[in-house]
Ligand binder design. Structure first.
Ligand SMILES: NC(=O)c1ccc[n+]([C@@H]2O[C@H](COP(=O)([O-])OP(=O)(O)OC[C@H]3O[C@@H](n4cnc5c(N)ncnc54)[C@H](OP(=O)(O)O)[C@@H]3O)[C@@H](O)[C@H]2O)c1
Length: 257
C-alpha cells in the first residue's frame, strides 16, 4: 500500500475505509471484514454515530495499533475549545483508543473562530491524543485561514472528490505544502459504477468502473481516498487497485467526464 507522508509526521495509507451510514452490528461487521481484507486506514466521525462499533472491530482485529491509521472528526456544534476537547475525548472513549491518527474539523463554521478550535486541537496533538490535525470541506481560501490560525500544521483536508468532481485548485494549493487531500464519496456514492467510459477503460485492465475511479484518485500526488462499502465483495474489490496503472489517454478521457 502506498502512503502519504503528512506534515508534522505520520503516514496515511492512500486507501482507507469509509464508514458513514454504517451503523450498529453492520458497521462492526464491515470494519472487521475491511481490516481482515487489508485496510489499515479507517475513516469515522462523531457525527456518524458508529465510533463504538468501529472501536469494537479494531479491538477484535488483533492488528497492532501502530499499523492502523484512524481518523475521526469533530462536529461544528463542538468547535468551542472546551466542547472540542470533550468531543475528541468522547471519540477516543468510544473508539477505545488512547489516540487517533488524524482529528479533523468536520465542516467549516462561522460561529467559532478557527484559532479557538484549532488551538485546542493543537493542544490535543501535543498531549498525544491525536498524531495529526486537519479540516474537512474547506476550500483553498478557508484552508489558508486555517493554516494561519493553527499553532500545529494542518495535515489534511478531506473533501468531496471523484471522477466528474475534480479538485484541481485545492490540489494546487495543498501540494506545495504537503497537505494531504482525502477524497470522500470517491465513488460518487456508488453512481460511478455504471459510468460507460470508466467501464470501457476498466475492460482494458480487467477492472471495474469503480476500480478505475479509485485508481484515478490515488494516482494523483498527495491524494488518498476513503470509499465506503458494506459487502465483502465490494470492499475487497476497492482494495484491488494496486496492480494496474492508467495511461495518459485514460486520464484524458476521464478528465473530460
Ligand atoms: N468529511 C465529510 O464531510 C464526508 C462526507 C461524506 C463522506 N465522507 C467519508 O467518505 C466515505 C465514502 O463516501 P460515501 O459513503 O459518501 O460514498 P462512496 O464511497 O463514494 O460510495 C459508497 C457507495 O458505493 C457502493 N460501492 C462501494 N464499493 C462498490 C463497488 N466495488 N462496486 C459497486 N458499488 C460499490 C456502496 O455500496 P455498498 O455499501 O452496498 O457496498 C455505497 O452505496 C464515507 O463513508 C465517509 O467515511 C466524509
Amino acid at each position: 500500500m502506498k502512503h502519504l507522508d503528512l506534515p508534522g509526521g505520520g503516514r496515511m495509507p492512500v486507501l482507507g475505509f469509509g464508514t458513514w451510514q454504517l451503523r450498529g452490528p453492520d458497521c462492526a461487521r464491515a470494519v472487521t471484514l475491511a481490516i481482515a481484507a487489508g485496510y489499515r486506514h479507517i475513516d469515522t466521525a462523531e457525527m456518524y454515530g458508529n465510533e463504538a462499533e468501529v472501536g469494537d472491530a479494531i479491538a477484535a482485529a488483533g492488528v497492532g495499533r501502530a499499523d492502523l491509521f484512524v481518523t475521526t472528526k469533530i462536529w461544528p456544534d463542538h468547535f468551542h475549545a472546551k466542547e472540542a476537547r470533550r468531543a475528541a475525548e468522547a471519540s477516543l472513549g468510544k473508539l477505545k483508543l488512547d489516540h487517533v491518527d488524524l482529528l479533523l474539523m468536520h465542516w467549516p463554521s462561522d460561529s467559532v473562530p478557527l484559532a479557538e478550535t484549532l488551538g485546542e486541537m493543537s493542544r490535543l496533538l501535543e498531549e498525544g491524543k491525536t498524531r495529526a490535525i486537519g479540516v474537512s470541506n474547506f476550500d483553498a481560501d478557508r484552508l489558508a485561514q486555517a493554516i494561519q490560525a493553527s499553532p500545529a500544521p494542518i495535515a489534511c483536508n478531506q473533501v468531496k472528490f471523484h471522477v466528474g468532481a475534480p479538485q484541481d485548485a485545492l490540489l494546487a494549493f495543498c501540494r506545495p505544502k504537503g497537505i494531504a487531500v482525502t477524497a470522500y464519496s470517491p465513488l460518487g456514492k456508488g453512481g460511478l459504477g455504471k459510468d460507460p467510459t470508466l467501464e470501457a477503460i476498466g475492460k482494458k485492465y480487467g477492472k471495474s468502473a469503480v476500480q478505475v475511479a479509485l485508481r484515478w484518485l490515488i494516482e494523483q500526488d498527495g491524494v488518498s481516498a476513503v470509499p465506503k462499502a458494506s459487502s465483502e465483495r465490494n470492499l475487497r474489490a476497492n482494495l484491488d487497485i494496486f496492480d494496474f496503472s492508467l495511461d495518459a489517454d485514460d486520464r484524458a478521457r476521464i478528465g473530460r467526464l
